[in-house]
Ligand binder design. Structure first.
Ligand code: PLP
Length: 405
């Protein structure tokens, strides 16, 4: 048993000594030391730091040499095509960031003033902000313990209690407003039970839109996240699995939605050789070529990134198993990209002690987000009971997860 337990830490002898004391001492120094051993060249060890290991500089030089630095030029189209090949989506439209991508997608999908959109309360602020940008109001449901993503049970019980179908449209009996869409989010890269959520959306005539900002490379029953619903967004922010500096993308099989996103985000200009004719109030939110150049270079070695992160998750899993601390692993039927690794403490006090200790000792760690329904802009939004989300908000800590070089 001892042999098996320590086999994987042969390069970090210190841990063995410390671990003898673990029953009488806090595990925090041991965890922090172990994380440092995984990232020996980093000080401090950041939560998620980009690594550039391919053609990034070469492609950036090409942008400058060719003078194609705006969204004109080969890189935006090449990156969109690469994402289509990776995800299997028929269409992809690159935008300045994931928040803008979700905003544009909601508009293109027909979400408008006075509509309601259901999402999960455990998510990054962008999910709810984009719903508000589109003029709609979020309604929040709980997440599941197994996936950390939207709970199909919470969604169904909310709809059973509060929604009615009026001539094919779903209406919220409490607010009187139409409920138009459901946005589950694949938390930290772990796929939600998307088939169960899809079924509920079908039953209630709701549009399924996936916030796949964190789940590039993650698959559910072999199919890439973001390709189950009507459409999805990806993010290429600096801390995501693959980065363009800042960037996002809409992916969809629906040609009309893709065309509409491209059109409204490119100033709503009708194509013409020289005339400026804009027949609507447009936005200017396309991804510039310099960003796409970095993204394309990163996507060329996506498989290396994914296997590197899978290895790290395996090491973490073994390590936390021996410590008796719960480490989040990929859900059933899913292959996760392990974008951000997470561990669970017994309570908020132990969590806070670890956050204090690790951040003071050169290892960046973060709690889960404050739940969206507790934040000032959303405190008046409708929300189901959220025991699971509260559990994660109290006890979960994200630990360093960068690609190891
Ligand atoms: C990162 C992220 C987004 C989009 O963020 P941007 O920084 O605008 O690219 C949206 N939703 C979630 C859940 C995210 O993590």
């Amino acid at each position: 048993m001892e042999k098996m337990v320590y086999g994987f830490t042969r390069d970090t002898g210190r841990i063995k000594t410390v671990s003898c004391l673990r029953n009488i001492m806090s595990p925090n120094p041991e965890i922090t030391t172990y994380i440092k051993s995984l990232y020996p060249h980093r000080s401090p060890v950041l939560l998620h730091c980009p690594e550039f290991m391919g053609n990034e500089k070469k492609y950036l030089a090409e942008c400058i040499d060719t003078k194609y630095v705006s969204y004109v030029g080969r890189f935006v189209a090449d990156m969109e095509n690469k994402i289509k090949a990776i995800t299997g989506a028929k269409h992809a439209v690159a935008l300045v960031n994931g928040t803008a991508a979700l905003h544009m997608l909601l508009l293109a999908a027909g979400i408008t003033n006075g509509d309601e959109v259901i999402t999960q309360t455990l998510s990054f602020a962008a999910t709810a902000a984009a719903i508000m940008h589109a003029g709609a109001t979020p309604v929040f449901v709980d997440v599941e313990r197994e996936t950390l993503g939207m709970s199909p049970d919470s969604l169904r019980s909310f709809l059973a209690e509060h929604a009615t179908l009026k001539s094919g449209a779903c209406v919220n009996r409490v607010s009187g407003k139409p409920i138009k869409a459901v946005i589950p989010m694949h938390t930290f890269g772990h796929p939600v039970r998307i088939d169960a959520i899809q079924k509920i959306c079908d039953d209630y005539s709701l549009l399924l839109i996936e916030d796949a900002a964190e789940s590039l490379g993650s698959r559910y029953r072999g199919t890439h996240t973001g390709t189950f619903g009507k459409a999805a967004i990806l993010s290429f922010n600096g801390n995501k699995l693959v980065t363009t500096g800042g960037g996002g993308m809409v992916i969809t099989d629906d040609e009309a939605i893709a065309n509409r996103v491209r059109y409204i985000s490119t100033t709503a200009k009708r194509p013409h050789r020289w005339e400026f004719y804009h027949d609507e109030v447009g936005y200017n939110l396309r991804m510039p070529s310099v960003n796409a150049a970095i993204g394309l270079a990163q996507l060329e070695y996506l498989n290396t990134i994914l296997s590197n992160k899978r290895k790290t998750s395996w090491l973490y899993n073994q390590f936390f198993h021996t410590l008796g601390i719960k480490y989040i692993t990929e859900p059933e039927n899913a292959k996760s990209n392990y974008w951000l690794n997470a561990i669970i403490f017994n309570n908020r006090k132990e969590r806070d002690e670890f956050l204090e200790y690790s951040n003071a000792n050169g290892v960046q760690t973060r709690p889960a987000w404050n739940l969206l329904h507790t934040l000032p802009p959303y405190q008046y939004c409708q929300c189901t009971p959220t025991p699971n989300a509260e559990y994660f908000a109290d006890c979960l800590v994200n630990i360093p997860s960068s690609v190891r070089t």
